[in-house]
Design a protein around this ligand. Structure first.
Ligand SMILES: [Zn+2]
Length: 158
C-alpha cells in the first residue's frame, strides 16, 4: 500500500514555471539542466509556483546532474519552500533512470515532487515534462524504500 492509497495527487505548475523549466532545459542543452522547485505541498496536490535554476557540476553533464553544492544549500532556504527537484534528459525521454531513483535517497523528506523534462521530439522548442510524486515507504525492518509515482501535471494558465 502506498502512502497515497492508490490516489496519487496531481502536480499543478504555474505557467511561468513551465516557461522557466523549458528555457533552462534549452539553455543547458546538450547538458542536463537541474534546479529546485518551490511551492506548497498539500494532501490534495502539489503547487509549484517558482523555480530556482542551478549549475550542473557533474563530471559528465551530458548524462548526469549534480547541483552546485553552494547554490543547493542556498536554495534550500528559498521562499516558498523547496518541495521538488527538476532535471532534464537532453537525449532521452523524460522517465526516471536507475540513477535518478538511486539519487532519491539524498533528498530530504521535504522533497515531494520530481519533474523530468526533455526537448520535444518533433519540435525541440516544445519541451515535454513528466511529473512524479516521491513515495517513501518504511519497511517492517526499518529500511526506507523510495519510488517515483507518475502523476498528472497541470500547467495553470492565469
Ligand atoms: Zn535523470
Amino acid at each position: 500500500m502506498t502512502a497515497y492509497q492508490g490516489t496519487t495527487p496531481p502536480i499543478r505548475l504555474d505557467s511561468s514555471v513551465q516557461l522557466m523549466l523549458g528555457k533552462h532545459l534549452l539553455t543547458c542543452f546538450p547538458h542536463e539542466a537541474c534546479g529546485l522547485l518551490l511551492g506548497t505541498a498539500a494532501a490534495g496536490g502539489m503547487l509549484i509556483s517558482n523555480y530556482v535554476p542551478m549549475s550542473n557540476v557533474a563530471p559528465d553533464p551530458l548524462h548526469a546532474f549534480v547541483p552546485d553544492p553552494r547554490e543547493w544549500v542556498k536554495g534550500l532556504y528559498s521562499e516558498p519552500a523547496p518541495i521538488g527537484l527538476f532535471h532534464s534528459h537532453p537525449s532521452s525521454p523524460p522517465w526516471p533512470s536507475a540513477a535518478d531513483v538511486q539519487g532519491l535517497s539524498s533528498l530530504g523528506p521535504q522533497f515531494k515532487v520530481y519533474l523530468i523534462g526533455s526537448p520535444g521530439k518533433d519540435n525541440p522548442e516544445l519541451p515535454v515534462l513528466n511529473g512524479f510524486i516521491i513515495d517513501r515507504q518504511r519497511g517492517t525492518d526499518g529500511s526506507l524504500s523510495q519510488q517515483l509515482l507518475h502523476t498528472q501535471l497541470y500547467a495553470l494558465l492565469k
